[in-house]
Design a protein around this ligand. Structure first.
Ligand SMILES: [Zn+2]
Length: 440
């Protein structure tokens, strides 16, 4: 779906209409107007210099009062807040976003949010539910996404730009690991029919968001690896780690690959020591290649797992450790799915070693259904307990119970929503937290 006009109106959402405005080829943040009769909800207000166009759209039409949601604090998304408040807008934002606006001195006082929240909030425009989801500190620490379940519409704010690498505003609390967590969550929220409005750029779908997610994880992993080797930022930039992604994510005029690598490098934690590897009772610790430092943002890929779903988001994931071993383990599948060489993956036993990766550490689980099913789900979960029965390993995980209340259409999601045992073709487990310090 291409969106290159200044104003586009979409009628595919039944009684609600989506109006998109971007007067400057995506330099200013995208503005979305959701409209039904005399009800409107605005998401972001663009750049100050473009406010007249927006005022023309909403002025003198008896819309007031109406909601204006700011996805975050940056001035290219709040530029017409003052004028919109003058037209009767009630401005909403994440609590931290309001603090940043006050600090920036933009927008002017009358355009500041009058209502803020920290975790989540639901708006009702008539019967239409709009969920404001507070995200992890990624682009800034005041990011939110807007999810409209009945329209299957997701506005990501600047956590996602459809033609550019992301900007990570560390002065406003943004970090790469938070950005990845936020994107994981948005991928989880969406299905193949979801219309995704990025902060800047063309409308997109889940496919683009998943490609973007893979790019983020792979570039971050590479930067972490070289940072752990002791390379400084300029040397890492010269490695051109984003080369294979530049065609897709270097298309816009906003953020280059070199800048993105800088954001990643500067917001990754400094820890270079991997968690200690403790030998488990009855099992030998995995034999690591001592010449290669472990990376902290790591992946484990297992095949043919089963997931037993319990109550309140609890689930037990079981798989055969031998499937990971050389010879039986299909490294090609792993390379294809993760874009990483198998030598960088951790062994399953590392998941249970102490020093930070033990119980309650946060992981991201990518679950794939039967082999021919291309669909997959990504869930964040906390490790609760691990156990072994010969070479069969079981990981008990607490997922966010909300994620089990399915708003997805896939068979996998509906399987998760009901108790029982699900067969999975594969599971990829990523550690999505900062690298803990070991005792070595
Ligand atoms: Zn921004």
């Amino acid at each position: 779906m291409q969106w290159n006009e200044d104003v586009v109106e979409l009628d595919q959402f039944g009684k609600w209409k989506l109006i998109l405005m971007n007067p400057e080829r995506f330099q200013a943040g995208n503005i979305a107007i959701l409209k039904r009769g005399k009800k409107i909800v605005l998401i972001d207000s663009g750049c100050a210099r473009n406010y007249e166009k927006l005022v023309k759209k909403v002025a003198n039409k008896d819309y007031a009062p109406f909601f204006l949601v700011n996805t975050h604090a940056h001035p290219d998304h709040t530029g017409a807040n003052v004028e919109m408040a003058g037209e009767g807008a009630m401005v909403l934002a994440h609590r931290n976003a309001r603090q940043h606006m006050v600090r920036y001195g933009l927008p002017g006082e009358s355009g500041l949010p009058i209502l803020t929240f920290r975790r989540r909030m639901t708006l009702y425009a008539g019967k239409q539910r709009m969920r404001l989801l507070s995200l992890a500190p990624g682009h800034t620490d005041g990011d939110l996404a807007v999810w409209v379940p009945e329209m299957n519409l997701l506005h990501t704010g600047d956590v996602f730009m459809s033609r550019d690498y992301p900007l990570i505003d560390s002065n406003s609390g943004g970090t790469i690991l938070g950005l990845i967590r936020s994107v994981n969550r948005l991928v989880r929220r969406s299905d193949r029919d979801t219309v995704i409005i990025p902060g800047h750029g063309d409308l997109a779908g889940r496919k683009e968001l998943v490609q973007y997610q893979n790019m983020l994880v792979n570039v971050t992993d590479d930067v972490q690896y070289h940072k752990n080797l002791g390379l400084d930022l300029e040397s890492i930039r010269d490695l051109n780690l984003t080369k294979k992604y530049d065609k897709k994510w270097g298309q816009g005029d906003l953020i280059t690959g070199r800048q993105f690598v800088g954001f990643v490098y500067n917001t990754l934690p400094d820890a270079t020591i991997s968690p200690s590897k403790k030998e488990l009772p009855g099992h030998k610790a995995h034999d690591h290649d001592s010449g290669e430092p472990e990376v902290c943002l790591s992946h484990l890929f297992v095949k043919r797992a089963t997931l037993e779903v319990g109550e309140k988001g609890r689930a037990a994931l079981s798989f055969d450790l031998n499937d990971r071993d050389a010879g039986q383990f299909d490294a090609g599948v792993q390379d294809r799915l993760t874009g990483l060489s198998s030598s960088k993956a951790w062994s399953a036993r590392d998941l249970v070693s102490d020093g930070g990766t033990g119980p309650s550490a946060l992981f991201s689980f990518e679950l794939r259904g039967p082999a021919e099913d291309e669909r997959f789900l990504i869930l964040d979960g906390r490790l609760k307990r691990t156990s072994f029965d010969d070479d069969r390993m079981t990981i008990e995980v607490a997922f966010d119970a909300d994620d089990f209340r399915s708003e997805h259409n896939s068979d996998l999601a509906s399987g998760l929503a009901s108790d029982g045992v699900i067969d999975l073709a594969s599971v990829r487990i990523d550690q999505m937290q900062s690298c803990p310090l070991g005792d070595t």
